[in-house]
Design a protein around this ligand. Structure first.
Ligand SMILES: Cc1cc2nc3c(=O)[nH]c(=O)nc-3n(C[C@H](O)[C@H](O)[C@H](O)COP(=O)(O)O)c2cc1C
Length: 189
């Protein structure tokens, strides 16, 4: 069983990265193999809304999302981690998420070829915002949770934390524990 971590901050070893590592450590403890993808190190263009994938299940854009798509299909669970940028998710994470179009037909049902692997797939989220109010990240939670609900994935929940300086989250024991628990949950059937 593999748990895939998707890191949406350009700040490697920053707060989102630390919490994602913690979640993956929890998944490992629970018996999973883990892999982290740092989106900022990948080439991922925005969706063109050309709708070709609606029929074929294949995206016309040839970039790193092709390889990431295969990892998503094979993963038992996917945990995303992203900071708040202007009350929203980072550009890296948004480009990635929009490219999930490839999994759906014109009615937003799973493509038949992907349905067996995607239906009830586990999906979780970690958010970090500079604002002391963690609910600043509510729009990101809404985005991921709604996607999970619409497609009947298994929503693992969100860990929402607050930190501004790079690495500051390492002092937040509650957030570290919650991230560890999210990872354990992701890997526990
Ligand atoms: C371009 C940019 C926009 C930001 N916008 C917000 C914001 O709207 N609200 C907020 O609470 N924090 C905002 N922040 C702060 C980050 O969310 C915060 O520093 C976070 O800890 C970064 O996480 P990271 O270390 O994982 O990159 C912004 C930071 C940057 C660089």
């Amino acid at each position: 069983m593999k748990v895939l971590g998707i890191m949406g901050s350009p700040r490697v070893r920053g707060n989102s990265d630390i919490l994602l590592s913690q979640a993956l450590a929890g998944a490992k403890e629970a018996g999973a193999t883990v892999e982290k993808i740092i989106l900022d190190r990948k080439q991922i263009s925005g969706c063109k809304d050309c709708k070709k994938c609606n029929k074929t299940g294949i995206c016309v854009i040839t970039d790193d999302m092709g390889e990431i798509k295969e990892k998503i299909l094979e993963a038992y669970a996917i945990i995303h981690s992203v900071p708040v940028y202007f009350w929203s998710m980072t550009a890296q994470m948004k480009a990635y998420l929009d490219r999930w179009c490839v999994f759906f037909d014109a009615d937003w049902n799973w493509q038949k070829i992907y349905y067996p692997k995607m239906f009830r797939k586990r999906i979780g989220l970690i958010t970090v915002c500079g604002d002391p109010n963690v609910h600043t990240a509510d729009p990101i939670v809404h985005s991921f949770k709604s996607t999970a609900e619409m497609t009947r994935m298994h929503w693992l929940g969100a860990v929402m934390a607050s930190a501004a300086e790079k690495g500051e989250i390492a002092n937040n024991e509650v957030a570290l524990r919650e991230a560890l628990e999210l990872g354990r949950r992701a890997a526990t059937p």
